[in-house]
Design a protein around this ligand. Structure first.
Ligand SMILES: [Fe+2]
Length: 509
């Protein structure tokens, strides 16, 4: 039946759901790779990496799609380099063994529907919907009890445990073994006392308290619910946000000393679209995006302030902090200039990094572009999460998700939009693209260390040689020079978010 729908009912596939396009080049999936020793081929690894691991998540479809396939449809795969030895790190690629992965592995082909690609024309949408109902009724799979997510978006440490996350399901607990292998421990509900089956892929850790501030969105009211996971990894009670007027595909939140900041964006979930033969995830250009500010420990939404912000659709926050005794919130975030392309033509969305200043009392918001380059995946020294910081490191976007270089922006520079804030930059070699960066402080325990005294680490793939490397860049260098490179024994496909875990955290997993 799946083949019948793909062959006879699907209209011609748009580039964004045509697997020949979506899975081309370095978006093509790879096989799992067991822990394999690899060689340092340039420079030497800084001591601050030793004993730790860099982990990057991303989509990697287990089965070749027989029909429409969106970039967001691939099964999660973790690519992990573990620095157990200064000269011979270990690299490993493993699927996140989600419920979806496990069921389809037994079935031998993909059977779970996708909100991004399954609804392609009315006839195909109806038949795929009926097929899904039939499979659930005949117990081929049970998404209500077990979820249906891919865990392909992000990795996070919550309550001292490692998780692979995707916002359509609960996180999956993961473990990196002493020999560098990666094991899926299972779907995790954080010991919730309430029904709980979905969570953002971007919970925000509060370094002061060890809490994780999180949320989930729904297709019925309340369309958004905030909650905290305590330092022991137990979920606290829900704070429903009924003033969220529809299902916003809110992807990230920010946490400052006293507040949580929530974007209400123009990416929405609208199931009426299915009746038109279109995917329910869409861009609503008639909606006015908003930024919500609520006290961190609010028990309800009575103190939530919404501020309208035309044209501001924050997908990811790089950082946020308070000034003026908490009257002002400053946020740094990439914002897609052309949000209408954010789901279908990512290459045309053109994100620009902005500094956004909110006056909480006056309920006003002022925006300052920080660069005229197309930049995304902005990160900071994690020591400064939730605190005022000076430097943001971001990827230079050439094609969707493909970062062909790195810039370092000094937020204290006044003429940032004309390029004055860019204090360091580099391009990778032609044909190379990198993953999201992670910043690793050179002296993690030194409170007097300068903010940029550390290293930027990432995976870079070279399309010319078909080789992937893990590279370490000096964050203080004006050219962000490479101080070490490790040739990897496997290819790392273009993907989503990454994280460096230091030795002491890795050992507790
Ligand atoms: Fe994300």
């Amino acid at each position: 039946m799946d083949d019948f729908v793909c062959t006879f009912l699907d209209p011609p596939l748009r580039p964004s759901i045509d697997p020949k396009h979506v899975l081309s080049g370095n978006f093509a999936p790879v096989d799992e790779l067991p822990p394999t020793a690899c060689a340092v081929v340039e420079g030497s690894l800084p001591p601050c990496l030793l004993g730790g691991a860099y982990i990057r998540n991303g989509p990697n479809p287990r089965f070749a799609p027989c029909g429409p396939h969106h970039l967001f449809d691939g099964d999660g795969m973790l690519h992990v380099i573990t620095f157990t030895s200064p000269d011979e790190p270990t690299f490993c690629s493993r699927y996140v063994k989600t419920y979806k992965y496990t069921v389809e592995q037994k079935t031998g082909h993909p059977i779970f529907p996708s909100v991004f690609s399954s609804f392609n024309g009315l006839a195909a949408s109806i038949l795929r919907g009926l097929l899904t109902v039939a499979r659930v009724v005949t117990r081929q799979f049970d998404p209500v009890a077990n979820g249906f997510g891919l865990a392909s978006i992000n990795v996070a440490l919550i309550g001292g445990h490692l998780f692979a996350l995707g916002e359509s399901d609960l996180p999956y607990a993961m473990k990196v073994t002493p020999n560098g292998d990666v094991i899926t421990l299972g779907r995790h509900d954080f010991f919730s006392d309430e029904p709980f089956s979905i969570m953002t892929a971007h919970p925000k850790m509060d370094p002061q308290t060890g809490e994780a501030f999180s949320f989930r969105y729904h297709v019925i009211p309340p369309f958004l619910t905030l909650f905290i996971i305590d330092p022991n990894g137990k979920k606290q009670r829900d704070v429903p946000i009924f003033s969220m007027r529809s299902t916003s595909l809110t992807h990230d939140l920010a946490v400052t000393r006293n507040y949580v900041v929530i974007p209400d964006i123009q990416l929405v979930m609208d199931f009426m679209e299915i009746a038109k033969g279109r995917p329910p995830a869409r861009v609503d250009l008639d909606k006015v995006p908003r930024i919500g500010v609520i006290p961190k420990y609010a028990e309800d939404e009575s103190e939530l302030v919404w501020i309208e912000a035309h044209g501001l659709n924050v997908i990811h926050f790089s950082n946020a902090w308070e000034e003026d005794g908490g009257e002002t919130i400053v946020m740094v975030a990439p914002n897609p200039t052309f949000v209408e392309h954010a789901l279908d033509r990512l290459d045309l969305a053109r994100p620009i990094i902005e500094k956004i200043v909110i006056n909480v009392k006056a309920k006003t918001l002022v925006r300052h572009p920080l660069s005229n380059q197309v930049l995304d995946m902005g990160i900071i020294n994690p020591t400064y999460a939730g605190k005022k910081n000076r430097y943001v490191y971001a990827g230079i976007v050439a094609q969707p998700m493909m970062l062909v270089g790195v810039v370092k922006i000094d937020l204290s520079a006044e003429d940032s939009v004309s390029g004055g804030g860019t204090v360091a930059s580099r391009l990778y070699r032609p044909g190379c693209s990198g993953s999201e960066l992670s910043f690793v402080p050179r002296e993690p325990g030194n409170p007097a260390a300068e903010e940029d005294d550390g290293y930027l680490v990432t995976y870079v793939h070279d399309e010319n040689t078909q080789e992937s490397h893990f590279i370490v860049m000096d964050a203080k260098s004006p050219t962000l020079e490479t101080v070490a490179a490790v040739k990897l024994p496997g290819r790392v496909p273009t993907g989503f978010h990454g994280l460096f875990i230091k030795e002491s955290d890795l050992n507790k997993l």
